[in-house]
Write a protein that binds this ligand. Structure first.
Ligand code: ACO
Length: 326
């Protein structure tokens, strides 16, 4: 059976660090409040001249190097992002140009914080069908440019960066075992960016009225995230005949320590088996799982045969999981 196997990972984040103590000087908040409610201590912020593609390209280069794959061998590039460089062309095409991945077809995919799982799932299907042999799957964001820095309810949660994986078609039992995706459009208004777009074009008035930023009903998102992430993780395990005890490493979307803890507790996967780096990066949306995965791989947390569970939730609402035999 042909499976999509992750043969290389990479990640890239901005150099600029914004700590909770820096935020204390910018708004009415405290390190204590932020750490207690979210677990976040600092986040990375893109500098002028750094874009979503900047980090996507750097992460992709590292993933290609780790896999020992040349850019021209890549058949497909998918970028999961809610902060593309431009509405069009796809950021994936900008990545293609920089890498000289001339043989790839490229597109972006919009599933908010679930973007990486959706992108991984899409690339997996192309590989299983035989249409693609090697793919680059990237999650990349510059969220710092769509948050309202005067809104203490949202701005401190998010950060910038990118993670990437090389997926290769391989015969055998290793690789992506299954992916599971769900959406519920009934809740799109609890987490979205108001503009610019068709509904709120980039007029001076809309910018002055702050109709160009991310908005969120935090409590509602919290409750729905815990339930959905728990269910979709369970779905992946059951579909493959596993229990939570079989999971070697669980990488949930890095939104908030309390969400991660609640989901882990629901599943019965806790402690060392849960990978967390949100204290250093905040919520990087579609980039959060691939950045965490790259750090886990480079820290030697995964060895051949291990069972890896990925789990995401985001605006849309969208949520999804992936079960991978490493
Ligand atoms: N600093 C200090 N006080 C604050 C801050 C701040 N930055 N922000 C809000 N407060 C105050 C509020 O004004 C409120 O005060 P009041 O009681 O006097 O009115 C109090 O703190 C409690 O506010 P809540 O919004 O009820 O705080 P809550 O415990 O719900 O925490 C949070 C807010 C952290 C946003 C939480 O709801 C959450 O984590 N939600 C999940 C959201 C999330 O992770 N979204 C990411 C996108 S989706 C995803 O990736 C899964």
């Amino acid at each position: 059976m042909i499976r999509a196997r992750i043969t290389g990972t990479g990640s890239a984040v901005p150099e600029k660090v914004l700590t909770n103590f820096d935020l204390e000087k910018m708004m009415d908040t405290s390190d204590e409040w932020i750490v207690t409610r979210t677990g976040i201590r600092e986040r990375r912020i893109a500098a002028e001249g750094e874009y979503t593609s900047t980090f996507a390209i750097a992460a992709a280069e590292k993933a290609l190097a780790a896999a020992g794959v040349k850019a021209e061998e890549i058949d497909l590039i998918v970028v999961g992002t809610l902060t593309p460089d431009f509405p069009f062309p796809a950021t994936a095409c900008i990545v293609q140009q920089a890498l000289k991945a001339t043989n790839a077809f490229c597109f972006d995919l919009s599933a908010a914080c679930s973007g990486f799982i959706y992108a991984l799932s899409t690339a997996d299907k192309f590989i299983r069908s035989g249409q693609v042999k090697k793919a680059l799957v990237i999650g990349a964001e510059v969220l710092s440019r769509i948050v309202d820095w005067s809104d203490r309810n949202t701005c401190l949660l998010f950060g910038d960066g990118a993670g990437a994986v090389v997926l290769e078609a391989q015969e055998g039992d290793h690789g992506v075992l299954s992916t599971h995706m769900h959406s519920d459009g009934n809740y799109w208004e609890i987490l979205y960016q108001k503009g610019p777009g068709n509904r709120k074009p980039a007029t001076h008035q809309n910018v002055d009225d702050k109709l160009v930023y991310l908005t969120m009903q935090g409590n509602e998102v919290f409750k729905l995230a815990v339930r959905a992430m728990g269910e979709v993780a369970q779905e992946a395990l059951e579909a493959n005949g596993f229990t939570p005890d079989d999971v070697t490493l669980f990488i949930p979307h890095q939104a908030n320590q309390r969400i991660v803890d609640s989901v882990g507790k629901r599943l019965g996967i806790t402690g060392e088996r849960v990978f967390v780096n949100l204290d250093r990066y905040g919520n990087t949306s579609a980039a959060s799982i691939p950045i965490a995965l790259d750090e886990a791989v480079r820290a030697g947390r995964l060895k051949e045969g291990d069972l890896l569970l990925l789990d995401a939730f985001g605006g849309g609402l969208t949520w999804g999981s992936a079960l991978i035999r490493w």
